[in-house]
Structure formats: structure tokens, C-alpha cells
Write a new protein. Structure first.
Length: 468
């Protein structure tokens, strides 16, 4: 079975361009892939165009005025077991926050029953926020992490699921007892995720951060990466100044934080590095050469007082960048909040650099990021960081239909359309549609996300009823 959609489409294209198409016609096939797209079809011409595709007398899903389709969001960094902690411990910086708030909550997932009760609503929360692909950290617990993978598969999200590797510098009740135990459990998780036979769920190596891992553990993970060319890896880097200092004390043979990961064979194009707030020049160069990706997590970076990442500079260097919610360092599971804080962060970096007379010769460095770039980072940028751009990120024939139906109508409860929404004949102009997008990105929320599709399957959104 296939579905034909007709209406407004927002389609990102590059860091500096996107398409706002007020009357687009496209077909999603029974396997959840986009078959074809026609950019501009007048309603009087609809039947003719369908007939030219061999489609006669078929139902078309017609979007209302104030609704549009756009690619789903990619959250390149978040912590599923920290969702129950959202909004607590807001007074701490990173290392104290981990000790006092985060590790105590994560340790509860030693109880598989707790995981079974908690993870379904966690995953649905991310889906309903419009996240169609999510990079999850679980905990150190194999059983609970398998449960998270099961839940993600069952609820139909596209995801990377990783069991944290942590064999030092955390409490006794929340630490793996040896490198061997950590590696064995990691291998078992990978085998398990491969055995549940899902095209959507991928395993990912997850050394929490250098501080949590001994050098032999990092080396063993490097060996695993080398022996499996499809395996992805995620970690934290250079988030907080005390963290950077402690990392360099623990790894005195390495000259920089990025160097620690590189010296253990972890810094490759399959690496997702979260935060990257305090990186130096040589580290940025190394990351660009290794083609690793960066997950920009501004909500968390503001909230834990970590600092402001220089995203524009990374983009000018050609480094892949996506957005991350980093729950619960970040207090919002929505990439929309990350978009808003990415904008504010870029504005404050620009403001600060003006007072410092820093260079703004590049396209993005030390400038505020325009809406087009924000849209790109939330979708295609995330897809690149996950090495999934051949599959997702925007709407193109051959790509998966991972998409949102967004409503900025009055009946959504958080409108951007005033006065003319019941006029079904009204087709928004390109400018009106761009205005809808801006309002959605800067003040939209779950109320505006009516439907969430992954691989063509309806998996969430405001109008989604479980089991229906
Ligand atoms: N560094 C190591 N672990 C964490 C975590 O859970 N959250 C954040 N924000 N940083 C980390
Ligand atoms: Fe994090």
C-alpha cells in the first residue's frame, strides 16, 4: 500500500538553502520510501499529474492550510535513563551534577523491571517531540539496554542504542568491575541488537567519556571499531573546563582531549562527539581530518554552565555538525528547544566576538546562524553526523519517509496562522510558508507536531493514538 500526499512541504537542501514548496505532490510507497516528488502542482492539475503516474481514482492525503510536511528531527545525543531527572539538580556544573544527580538515577536501571516500566514513555516522549532518529546512551546495564533497544524497535523509531562503558571514576554501585566485563557486555549487546533484526535500530559503542574509562578499555573499543567497519561510536568531549583538566591529568601521554580518543583509535568518521565547547585549534584540525561529527548541545551547555560551542567555526572548517538535546543536562527532549538555543548561542558568540574584534571572515564563524542553517543542523546535519545521509535528512526520491506533519493552525493550540485558516482554497505563498517554518522553529512545540512518521509508518505525534 502507498500514500499520496498533496500540500506544503519544507525541504532542507544545504547549509544555506532550503525549499518552501506550497503545493507539492509526492508518493510514499509501501516500504516507507519516497517514490517521487513533483514540486509545484496546481489543484486543478492534480488528477492529470496522477494519471501521468498511472494513478487513477486514488485517495490523496490533502494537507490543510497551515499544515506542512518536513523531514523529522535527528537528535544526535541524548540519555534515555536521564529523562526521569529532567529539571532536577539545576544548580550544578557537570562533574558535581554527574555525582549527585545523574549516577544515582542511572544506577536504578540495574533493575530490569524499572527499565521496562520507564523506557516506553521515554521513547514515546522523544518521538512525539518530532525526533525520528535518536542517538541514545543507556546505562552500564546490559539487560536494561537490551530493553531500550526492544522498546525503540517496538515503537518504530530509528535509533542508535549504546550501553555505557564505565570502569572507573564513578560510585561502586555504578561502575563496571573490569575492562573484560565491559567489553563482553558490549559485544553481547551488539549481537543482541543485530539479532532483533531491525533496519531501524543500530548498536553504537558508548565509552561515556575518557574520565570513565581506563586506557586499556578505550584501546579494546578501538580494536572493535577496526574489526567492524559498520560500527558507530559516541562519547562526550571538552564540555566543561574541570572535565578537560581532569582528562588531561588521567591521560598524561596524550597532549589534548581529542588526542586521547585519537591515540586509542576512536576518532574516525563514525565518531559522534558531544559538546566540543572548549576545543583548541589543533583539536578542531584533527577532528576535521578524521571526519568525526559533532553533536551541538546548547540547552545543556547553557544549563550546566559549560559554555558556548563555536558552531560557525566548525562549519567553516567543514566539520559535520548535528544537534543534541543531551537530556537531562538539557532540560528539554525537543530538538526545537535545541534549535532555539543554537540560535541564541550563535548570537551570543557573535556578540562576544564583536567586542573581542575576532575574525568573521568565514561564512558562519562569529555570525548568528540563519534559519536555513538551523533547519539544516536539525535534520540533514544530524543525518551526516550519524552517517545516514543516504537514507534520511530531507525528502528525496529513494530516501526513507522519516517526516513530520506540522500544524501551525489555530486548532493546534499554538498557532501562527491568523484569520484565514478555514479558507481551504487558500494556498500559502512561499513567503507565508517560510514564515510558518520560522514560527514553528522558534516557538513551536509538541502541540504543533500532529503526526510523526518513520520509514513511512505513523509512530507518534499529537494525533497519534497508540494501538489504533
Ligand atoms: N559527560 C559524561 N557523562 C555525561 C552526561 O551524562 N551528560 C553530560 N552532559 N555530560 C556527560
Ligand atoms: Fe550527554
Amino acid at each position: 500500500l502507498f500514500t499520496v500526499y498533496y500540500g506544503a512541504v519544507i525541504n532542507p537542501e544545504s547549509l544555506t538553502t532550503f525549499k518552501a514548496l506550497p503545493r507539492c505532490l509526492f508518493l510514499v510507497n509501501g516500504d516507507g520510501y519516497i517514490d517521487w516528488i513533483v514540486d509545484d502542482v496546481e489543484s486543478s492539475d492534480l488528477q492529470n499529474v496522477l494519471a501521468s503516474k498511472g494513478l487513477i481514482d486514488i485517495d490523496v492525503y490533502v494537507l490543510k492550510n497551515g499544515e506542512f510536511v518536513m523531514p523529522g528531527f535527528v537528535d544526535t545525543h541524548t540519555h534515555a535513563p536521564q529523562v526521569p531527572n529532567i529539571g532536577s539538580g539545576q544548580q550544578y556544573e557537570l562533574l558535581d551534577w554527574l555525582e549527585n544527580v545523574t549516577f544515582p538515577m542511572e544506577s536504578k536501571f540495574s533493575d530490569a523491571e524499572f527499565a521496562r516500566k520507564t523506557y516506553p514513555s521515554v521513547v514515546q516522549r522523544f518521538i512525539n517531540a518530532g525526533t525520528t532518529t535518536c542517538c541514545y546512551y543507556a546505562t552500564i546495564h546490559l539487560e536494561a539496554t537490551k530493553i531500550l533497544a526492544d522498546v525503540v524497535k517496538h515503537q518504530g523509531q530509528r535509533a542508535f542504542v549504546g550501553k555505557c562503558n564505565m570502569n572507573r571514576n564513578s560510585p561502586d554501585n555504578y561502575r563496571e568491575s573490569s575492562e573484560e566485563e565491559s567489553i563482553a557486555a558490549t559485544k553481547e549487546l551488539i549481537a543482541y541488537i543485530q539479532s532483533i533484526d531491525s533496519d531501524l535500530v543500530h548498536p553504537i559503542l558508548t565509552p561515556r567519556f575518557a574520565i570513565s574509562c581506563t586506557s586499556p578499555l578505550l584501546s579494546s573499543l578501538g580494536d572493535m571499531l577496526k574489526s567492524d567497519p559498520n560500527l558507530a561510536i559516541q562519547t562526550h568531549i571538552s564540555e566543561n573546563q574541570n572535565e578537560v583538566k581532569l582528562t588531561l591529568e588521567l591521560f598524561s601521554e596524550s597532549t589534548t582531549y581529542a588526542g586521547v580518543y585519537d591515540d586509542h583509535g576512536l576518532l574516525t568518521e563514525r565518531m559522534i562527539l558531544a559538546h566540543a565547547v572548549h576545543l583548541g585549534e589543533s583539536e578542531l584540525q584533527l577532528i576535521a581530518v578524521r571526519k568525526a561529527g559533532i553533536s551541538h548541545c546548547p540547552t545543556s551547555n547553557f544549563n550546566l554552565r559549560s559554555g558556548m560551542a563555536k558552531v560557525g567555526e566548525m562549519l567553516d572548517r567543514g566539520i559535520k555538525v548535528g544537534l543534541g538535546t543531551d537530556v537531562s543536562g538539557g532540560y528539554s527532549p525537543s530538538i526545537l528547544t535545541a534549535v532555539q538555543h543554537t540560535s541564541i548561542c550563535s548570537k551570543m558568540v557573535a556578540n562576544h566576538s564583536m567586542h573581542q574584534s575576532s575574525s568573521s571572515n568565514g561564512t558562519f564563524a562569529n555570525k548568528q546562524l540563519p534559519m536555513t542553517t538551523l533547519l539544516y543542523l536539525a535534520t540533514m546535519g544530524g543525518a551526516e553526523v550519524c552517517n545516514l545521509s543516504h537514507k534520511i535528512g530531507n525528502l528525496q526520491p529513494g530516501k526513507s519517509f522519516d517526516a513530520l506533519i506540522v500544524s501551525v493552525r489555530h486548532d493546534a493550540g499554538n498557532p501562527a496562522v491568523w484569520g484565514f485558516e478555514d479558507d481551504f482554497e487558500h494556498v500559502p505563498t512561499k513567503e507565508e510558508l517560510e514564515g510558518f517554518l520560522e514560527r514553528f522553529l522558534f516557538c513551536g512545540d509538541d502541540r504543533n507536531i500532529s503526526k510523526v512518521f518513520v520509514q513511512g509508518r505513523l509512530v507518534g505525534g499529537k494525533s497519534f493514538v497508540k494501538g489504533a
